[in-house]
Design a protein around this ligand. Structure first.
Ligand SMILES: NCc1[nH]cc(CCC(=O)O)c1CC(=O)O
Length: 317
């Protein structure tokens, strides 16, 4: 029996998403799966996200465990993963993405449009702050941290009127049905690059044969292409995961379509660019090439339109 050790953060969300991956690996013939819990600074700190050193606060402890051979694969929320490749590691698989949308969880069935004037809305994400300010300049935005239960709890307790969260996170915790939130359409409310997707990271080099088979089976080529397109814009703009950027790529009927928006922090300015490419075929290689092409064209537009002048794009890692 080959034992595959899966490293994960210990939060409820991380454990839920790791479990879906564990189940898929365990379905492969001849392998046994073990879960290795790793505690990260991002989990234990209550400081604002921006003061923790930008991107990678969640990823680095996991990566250390992988490099130290304490586990064989690690599972990341893809949107929390810095775009710079990590020496000695590579992304071994990108499974099929869940819902990429944000949702508004509000008290008393309010929606973004019907929230009372001056209502208190919680988020810790600069992108969501900019989007909220653009759409509803009258709202009082409250900087919040903490896991999904904590954030939703602040609405239930009456401390906040609403919070904005990723649909995928609530979905993985089985909370979408009971909360019945408002889904914010991607066309008007683009979300973080790779939101809703997971990335399976492995050590560089040839994996164990059975691990290789499991990774290949799990990979979803459209998700690989769309997340590559979205994250390439982030990399090209030298932006971190906390930058006010929304990006949405889809593969539809053989066409790869990417749109990205950069916001000023106060929501008063924005620039959007969209491009599409037709991959020569459905092969993963052509899809990836198309993803890089559209990302390049979108990035050039955004920079030419002055995105770097009105948005804080250089976030150090
Ligand atoms: N920023 C934290 C984070 N990282 C990943 C998710 C869950 C959604 C996903 O996997 O994309 C969340 C919660 C949220 O943004 O509400």
């Amino acid at each position: 029996m080959t034992v595959i050790r899966v490293g994960t953060r210990a939060s409820a969300l991380a454990l839920a998403q790791t479990q879906t991956i564990v189940n898929r690996i365990a379905a492969s013939a001849g392998v046994e799966v073990e879960i290795v819990r790793v505690t990260t600074h991002g989990d234990t700190s209550t400081e604002p996200l921006s003061s923790l050193g930008g991107t990678g606060v969640f990823a680095s402890a996991l990566r250390e465990a992988l490099l130290n051979d304490e586990c064989d694969v690690i599972v990341h929320s893809f949107k929390d993963l810095p775009t710079a490749p990590h020496p000695g590691l590579r992304i071994g698989a990108t499974p099929k993405r869940a819902d990429a949308r944000d949702v508004l969880v509000a008290r008393a069935g309010f929606t973004l449009d019907t929230l009372p004037e001056g209502a208190r809305v919680g988020t810790g994400s600069p992108r969501r702050v900019a989007q909220l300010r653009e759409r509803r300049p009258d709202l009082t935005i409250v900087d919040i941290r903490g896991n999904i239960d904590t954030r939703v709890g602040r609405v239930a307790e009456g401390d906040l009127d609403a919070v904005v969260l990723a649909a995928a996170g609530l979905g993985r915790l089985g909370r979408l049905d009971s909360l019945a939130p408002e889904f914010l359409d991607l066309s008007g409310w683009p979300t973080a690059p790779a939101q809703g997707a997971l990335a399976i990271e492995v050590r560089d080099g040839k994996p164990d044969r059975l691990l290789g088979v499991a990774l290949a089976t799990m990979n979803h080529s459209s998700t690989e292409a769309t997340t590559t397109a979205e994250r390439t814009v982030l990399a090209r703009l030298e932006a971190g995961c906390a930058a006010p950027i929304g990006a949405t790529a889809v593969v539809d009927d053989g066409l790869l379509f990417l749109t990205a928006t950069v916001y000023s922090p106060d929501g008063s300015r924005r620039i959007t660019s969209s491009h599409a490419a037709t991959p020569d075929s459905h092969s993963a290689l052509h899809l990836t090439q198309a993803a890089l092409d559209v990302a390049e064209r979108v990035s050039i537009d955004l920079l030419a339109g002055g995105a770097a002048e009105f948005a804080p794009l250089k976030v150090t890692e």
